[in-house]
Design a protein around this ligand. Structure first.
Ligand code: PLP
Length: 453
């Protein structure tokens, strides 16, 4: 945790804002994008402006390096979102870039489930070893939603039960299998309800030791119907606002699944690979899931995901009469596999999950001490940190915009949208985190924002 000096090189630099964001080039590019993208993006911008009373014009990224992003106007930001948490190693990590360079001269695409590649072999062997029992099997995908789909399909193949138990506040992606289990907000599911799995029930996610019993009663009641084949859970809620459940939650869930013959699916797409300060949050809590989903950080920014299952949870795929009933053209693409292999190498070499734990603990302590009663809650694990604000989603959006104006990129999350969600690269310099804490303390008051502008 050495000192950064006055202003770091691009990669670990403090913000440098040349023109108030969004600058003219960003505005122009964003308007052109809005004219051809799904109208939902522009509609969201408009509704955010109405809700928060602040402009929500988009900046447009031109390049990234480490913890910094440069927009098309030349503004340098500190990226505390890291691609929705996916850029564990920051933007354009050199080791991964080198690996991609080497792979790009050899092979980009093999033949999926027909003929694999050496890169896919190496990655699958490595991923299978993450599972704490012999015989684990791996199914690769491109997105987190693909990994969740593979897990839910594995569970129904194995148990014969179509039911899924998911949690309020949970998020597993938006393609149809995970969408049916999306507990973040009903509005994600409602327009598509007629096309979704009807056999999904939701239990409350325990936000504290006090609410654990209520959650587990709902879990037991659902499992007692015997129709549930999969219980899908995030070890820590990510999009749901960085909610850390009580330590007994996952072990109790494991025991309940065992009693009722359901498969436990741990969605570690956000928490996994060091983000939460442990390699895998579920395993660190002493729980062995039947199926583990990884995505986001696996490819350092390239689209790749994985569902890792125990021998028992995966065996049913082999009994399906010889056809590969779950595959896609780009699953296991060698270029993405090469990125994932290099990501593992860098994460292990730098012991970045240990660093994320240490730096995250220090940052949480500092944020709590500095922000005090100005915020409702500061929580998280490793480098997934949520800061709950009063004033609802509108206030959180307004604070996020003030931060953007000063060169700090953050997202809002949580069921009500009232949580600033921070997922910086795992190797972010601590001086940047310290500087952010001060900036946030100022951004929390409108007078502070005036003083800043
Ligand atoms: N699961 C979790 C916990 C997530 O946070 C996300 C995305 O934010 C997903 C699954 C879906 O991943 P993707 O957006 O790559 O489909």
């Amino acid at each position: 945790m050495s000192s950064l000096g006055e202003l770091g090189e691009l990669g670990q630099s403090l913000p440098r804002i040349r023109v108030a964001p969004p600058g003219p080039k960003s505005r122009e590019a964003a308007a052109r994008l809005a004219a051809v993208e799904s109208p939902s993006v522009d509609a969201r911008r408009e509704s955010r402006e109405i809700a928060s009373g602040e402009g929500h014009g988009a900046i447009v990224y031109a390049s990234g390096r480490g913890s910094n992003v440069v927009d098309v106007d030349g503004n340098v930001y500190v990226d505390l979102t890291a691609g929705f948490g996916a850029l564990l190693l920051g933007h354009v990590p050199p080791g991964v870039a080198r690996a991609l360079g080497a792979q790009q001269d050899r092979l980009w695409l093999a033949l999926g489930d027909v003929y694999g590649s050496d890169a896919k072999l190496a990655l699958c062997e490595l991923l299978a070893k993450l599972y704490p029992a012999p015989g684990a099997r791996v199914m690769l995908g491109a997105t987190g939603a693909d990994a969740v789909t593979a897990a839910l399909k594995s569970a129904v193949l194995t148990t014969g039960r179509p039911g899924v138990l998911a949690f309020e506040g949970g998020y597993h992606g938006l393609s149809y299998a995970p969408l049916a289990a999306c507990g973040l907000r009903p509005s994600f599911r409602e327009p598509f309800a007629g096309q979704l799995n009807e056999h999904v029930v939701f239990a409350p996610y325990p936000e504290s030791a006090a609410s654990l019993a209520t959650s587990m009663r709902a879990v037991e009641a659902a499992l007692a119907t015997r129709g549930i084949g999969a219980v899908i859970v995030e070890p820590i809620l990510g999009r749901g606002g960085c909610v850390v459940p009580p330590p007994a939650f996952l072990p109790e869930l494991r025991a309940a699944c065992d009693r009722h013959g359901a498969m436990l699916v741990c969605d570690e797409i956000w928490t996994g690979l060091g983000r939460s300060g442990q390699w895998l949050a579920s395993i660190a809590q002493g729980v062995v899931p039947d199926l583990i989903c990884l995505g986001k950080g696996l490819g350092a920014g390239l689209p790749i995901s994985a569902c890792i299952g125990s021998a028992g949870a995966m065996a049913a795929w082999g009994r399906h009469g010889g056809s590969t009933i779950h595959t896609a053209t780009h699953f296991g693409a060698p270029l993405a596999c090469a990125a994932a292999l290099a990501t593992f190498e860098a994460l292990e070499r730098g012991q970045l999950f240990v660093r994320a734990g240490d730096v995250g603990r220090r940052w949480l302590t500092q944020l709590r001490a500095r922000l005090g009663d100005a915020v409702v809650d500061v929580r998280g694990s490793g480098l997934m940190v949520g800061i709950a604000l009063d004033g609802g989603g509108a206030r959180a959006l307004a604070v996020a915009r003030r931060l953007l104006a000063r060169g700090w990129i953050v997202l809002t999350g949580g069921v009500q949208g009232d949580v600033l969600t921070l997922t910086p690269p795992l190797d972010i310099h601590v001086d940047l985190l310290d500087a952010f804490t001060e900036e946030l303390a100022r951004a929390l008051t409108p007078s502070g924002s005036k003083a800043l502008s």
